[in-house]
Design a protein around this ligand. Structure first.
Ligand code: URA
Length: 243
């Protein structure tokens, strides 16, 4: 476990996205911040931030040195800071998370649902999205037409997408219903599932991501809800994200 030096309360709030240092000092002085259930009025009071339980305006928080979280993305949200036609997934998060620069790890289309990771750690985003790391992602695709064995075989063998002569293949693919495919992809190209399925003569009508790397979407995380990853989950993604 990492041990850290005590930090001033207002500085701790600043690291967690509660505003500028001055605004954070103002929150404390105004009696809006509790530490371990007690209102603290002194912004310069030192706190041992690791694992610290605090509240701002009665909203409980736990100190997180790194923000790494999962969201059950609903349909109708874009994975962009500057969305074009739909609200951003970032609008589903509380303001302090947006303030500390949390970004989606890769992108899901606006009509895709399921597991989306977000973090303020640029290196982790790079590690999890770079094609050379082959992080597996599992998708359920509902299709317009019946799925047949030839389509599954072609997706496993590799299909050519129009922007690259190199074929892309599913690491795993099976029909789990007459019009449902379960696919595992280890690269992350633009509209990859939709374009691969179109390349074998079918069409994706609905798309849901069940898992990302070692993490599966928990059944009790409803669409639109998010939660922090715990230490073991972060470690399973990348040792550097476990701090
Ligand atoms: N592939 C797609 O086509 N869309 C997504 O949202 C994710 C993977």
């Amino acid at each position: 476990m990492r041990h850290s030096l005590p930090m001033r309360l207002s500085d701790m709030l600043f690291t967690q996205g509660f505003g500028s240092r001055r605004e954070c000092a103002g929150l404390v002085a105004a009696g809006r911040v509790q530490v371990l259930g007690t209102v603290v009025l002194e912004p310069l009071q030192e706190v041992a931030e690791e694992g610290l339980l605090f509240a701002v305006d009665d909203q409980p928080w736990t100190y997180q040195a790194q923000a790494v979280l999962m969201l059950h993305k609903p349909a109708g949200y874009e994975c962009s800071r500057a969305p074009q036609n739909h609200p951003s997934v970032l609008s589903l998060l509380p303001p302090p998370l947006r303030q500390r620069g949390v970004q989606p790890v890769g992108r899901l289309d606006q009509d895709t649902t399921g597991l989306l990771l977000l973090t303020d750690q640029g290196q982790l985003i790079h590690r999890l999205t770079h094609p050379k790391h082959h992080v597996p992602k599992v998708y359920l695709a509902g299709t317009r037409h019946l799925v047949d064995e030839a389509q599954v075989a072609a997706l496993l063998a590799g299909v050519v997408l129009h922007d690259d002569p190199q074929p892309v293949r599913a690491a795993a693919c099976e029909a789990i219903g007459p019009q449902t495919l379960k696919l595992t992809l280890t690269d992350g190209r633009y509209h990859q599932v939709k374009r691969m399925v179109a390349a074998v003569g079918n069409r994706v009508e609905s798309l849901h991501r069940e898992s990302f790397g070692s993490l599966a979407l928990p059944v009790d995380l409803a669409p639109g809800q998010w939660r922090w990853l715990d230490g073991a989950e972060r470690l399973s993604l990348s040792p550097a994200a476990a701090a």
